[in-house]
Design a protein around this ligand. Structure first.
Ligand code: XLS
Ligand code: NI
Ligand code: NI
Length: 431
């Protein structure tokens, strides 16, 4: 034991808890035919909880963690603390970037050696832990070499460096039996069109993603490859703008059926959508994979990555997840970080525990809405005329025939209510 979380014991379900216990998340409770833990599939994000130093654009680190520093011993201490936290929270999964877990070396080879040693260290820990790997990913955005992009960099050597990095991160994810591999392109975009060959960069990104898919098949990785859309930040414009943009990109590069999306709450908001919009669209396009759960500050206009705390919002999101059939390889990754004034170890536990409770409440509300069935019945009723007779035949007809029928039948269609307020009132019965 590292002693970092001293005086904190394993959290358990206690509906009357006034302390750190879960008041709503009961992993063993059967909801909609399955244990809640298996539905929600919570994951801790290594970067926010253990690598982020608490800086902001106006100030440097506020956190003073005993594992901060660039040595292997400290990287192992960080891993020890991380696995202690997974155990305290009882989370079934975690996620990492290469740069979160290993010290950067002077050369690619040295960084890789460090990385592999930590992956082995994780492997040993995972052998006796209940926490598995939801996904691995490569950090192709923090180091200055990636300032002009990774796959989309004007310098081919950076493309090569990035490809080598993703290859090794995929190997490691495969080795640890990760359920997915994620690609998020924070620098795959531009700062100014004046220096950007948009067409060429898009081709580079497409080929890069094809190579990742080819490599997945080569090594026999059975998990899903997920692209995480985000419209901007850190780049002014990012190519994986939103779910719709990613879909057209996948179509263009023949990657449909090979790649799904990891949808993040805060990114949806930045793109001018709601989380449920992005989830519903992903599901309808057949590319729903996993979620990064967090929330933005609605006033600040950037990706603040706060822990979720809005039950009605979360309920509508899980409603879409349920309609998509729930998670298969995906899960609920808390891509969320503490506020920089939240210095204490207990804050890390409280942030996650509260978020797990908010998700549990939202999820149970979503299940209740689904089991009640009124919302879906009303939706089905709204489109019912398409299911038979005239409506059913319409889409296989043609303009000329339709025009003739419209004139000859002589009736004028009457507008019907969309019933939005009634539907919103129904949702409010459950949240
Ligand atoms: C940043 C992204 C990042 C990805 C993983 O905004 O959300 O954390 O999830 O690279
Ligand atoms: Ni994000
Ligand atoms: Ni994310």
């Amino acid at each position: 034991m590292t002693g970092f979380f001293k005086n904190i014991s394993r959290l358990s379900y206690d509906p009357d808890s006034t302390d750190l216990g879960f008041r709503h998340y009961n992993p063993d409770e059967i909801v909609a035919g399955k244990r809640m833990e298996e539905h929600l599939r919570f994951a801790v994000a290594y970067w926010h909880s253990f690598a982020w130093p608490g800086g902001d654009p106006f100030g440097a680190e506020t956190f003073d963690r005993p594992w901060f520093g660039n040595t292997m011993d400290l990287a192992k201490l960080k891993a020890d603390v991380a696995f202690e936290m997974f155990e305290l929270l009882g989370v079934p999964f975690f996620c990492w970037h290469d740069a979160d877990i290993r010290p950067e070396g002077d050369t690619f080879a040295e960084s890789l050696r460090n990385f592999k040693e930590i992956i082995d260290y994780f492997g040993e820990k995972m052998a006796t832990s209940n926490t598995k790997l939801l996904w691995g990913t490569a950090n192709l955005f923090s180091h200055r070499r990636f300032m002009s992009g990774a796959a989309t960099n004007p310098d081919p050597e950076i493309f090569a460096w990035s490809a080598a990095t993703v290859k090794n991160c995929m190997d490691a994810t495969h080795k640890l039996e990760g359920q997915n591999y994620v690609l998020w392109g924070g620098r795959e975009g531009y700062e100014t069109l004046l220096n950007t060959d948009l067409k060429r960069e898009r081709q580079q990104a497409g080929r890069f993603l094809q190579m990742a898919v080819e490599y997945k098949h080569k090594i026999g990785f059975k998990g899903a490859i997920l692209v995480e859309p985000k419209p901007q930040e850190p780049s002014k414009h990012q190519y994986d703008f939103d779910v719709a943009t990613v879909y057209s990109f996948l179509k263009d590069f023949d990657l449909e059926g090979e790649v799904q999306v990891n949808v993040e709450q805060g990114h949806a908001i930045l793109a001018g959508h709601s989380f449920e919009h992005e989830l519903a669209l992903a599901a309808s396009l057949g590319i729903f994979g996993s979620i990064d759960m967090n929330r933005n500050d609605y006033q600040s206009g950037w990706d603040t990555d706060q822990f979720p705390n809005n039950v009605p919002e979360v309920a509508l999101a899980y409603y879409e997840v349920l309609k998509a059939g729930g998670f298969t390889t995906g899960g609920t990754n808390f891509d969320a970080k503490l506020r920089r004034q939240s210095l204490d170890p207990v804050d890390l536990i409280a942030g996650h525990a509260g978020a797990m409770d908010v998700c549990a409440r939202g999820f149970k509300a979503a299940v209740a809405m689904q089991e009640d069935g009124t919302l879906e019945a009303m939706r089905a009723e709204r489109y019912a005329d398409w299911d038979s007779g005239y409506g059913k035949a319409l889409l296989t007809s043609d303009f000329a025939t339709i025009a003739e029928q419209v004139v000859s039948c002589g009736t004028t269609p009457q507008p019907r209510s969309g019933r939005q307020e009634i539907l919103e009132n129904i949702v409010n019965r459950f949240v």
